[in-house]
Design a protein around this ligand. Structure first.
Ligand SMILES: C[S@@+](CC[C@H](N)C(=O)[O-])C[C@H]1O[C@@H](n2cnc3c(N)ncnc32)[C@H](O)[C@@H]1O
Length: 225
């Protein structure tokens, strides 16, 4: 079991990136960090929800596989990709990264598959170990409820990574007292990187102000040597 996501599929879709871009959620900082990653082949986004295409704006990848436990979120993602048109918040993200609507349409076309699977157990993940050039998660590992579950989820996710492959992600920390989410710390991330033998390129906790439910985001980038 993990902690609950902040909103169900449709509420999440409406609340975060449907309208105008909300500054101060950490999105702009995550996009800037992702832009450090060189072009890659296969990208897998774990706990993708409906929003992989937001993060795709900063990336250059040939093929995206989006995986989530919730089929409704993946249906939203696939339908959105089929429109090939950015929503308002995405238009701001495109401007922030200096990309055009045509480049967004290309990214939509690169959504190769959406797969319903439990990303934290590693069972039925759709790609072979060592076959992926970029593994990402945005908000998935932050839903784990203990350091052990975080570390084992991280381990399963990064078994997919090819030699020379990249990992990147972000996890938000909540303000509420009634959370059973794992306590995120530099020590926890460092242990996760070390166990998977991944070199840390960027690891940072950024305070955020734009969301009453969250007060910071941990952002990381790493590479498997
Ligand atoms: C906070 S949301 C983030 C969604 C999206 N990555 C984003 O950037 O907006 C967390 C996502 O993790 C998914 N999730 C939760 N537990 C999961 C699991 N065990 N395996 C796969 N996905 C899971 C949820 O359905 C949800 O889409």
């Amino acid at each position: 079991m993990t902690a609950r996501t902040i909103a169900d599929a449709d509420d999440y879709w409406d609340r975060y990136y449907s309208g105008e871009f909300i500054a101060g959620l950490g999105t702009e900082t995550v996009l800037a960090a992702l832009a450090e990653i060189p072009p890659v082949g296969t990208w897998i986004d774990l706990g993708a929800g409906s929003e992989s295409l937001l993060w795709s704006i900063a990336l250059q990848t040939r093929r995206l596989v989006a995986v989530d436990l919730d089929p409704r979120r993946l249906t939203l993602l696939r339908a959105f990709a089929a429109t090939r048109r950015p929503r308002p918040a995405y238009q701001t993200a495109l401007a922030l990264r200096g990309r055009t609507a045509a480049e967004f349409a290309e990214r939509c076309d690169r959504l190769a598959a959406v797969v319903v699977a439990d990303c934290l157990t590693g069972r039925s993940l759709p790609l072979r170990p060592g076959s992926v050039d970029l593994v990402t998660q945005f908000g998935l590992l932050g839903l784990t409820t203990s350091p052990e579950q975080f570390l084992s989820g991280w381990h399963h996710a990064h078994q997919l990574l090819a030699t020379g492959g990249w990992t990147a992600g972000a996890n938000w920390t909540t303000t509420g007292p009634d959370t059973n989410r794992v306590h995120l710390s530099r020590q926890l991330y460092t242990a996760a990187f070390a166990r998977s033998r991944i070199t840390v390129h960027h690891l940072e906790r950024i305070p955020i102000t734009g969301d009453p439910d969250f007060n910071a985001v941990w952002i990381y980038l790493g590479r498997k040597p």
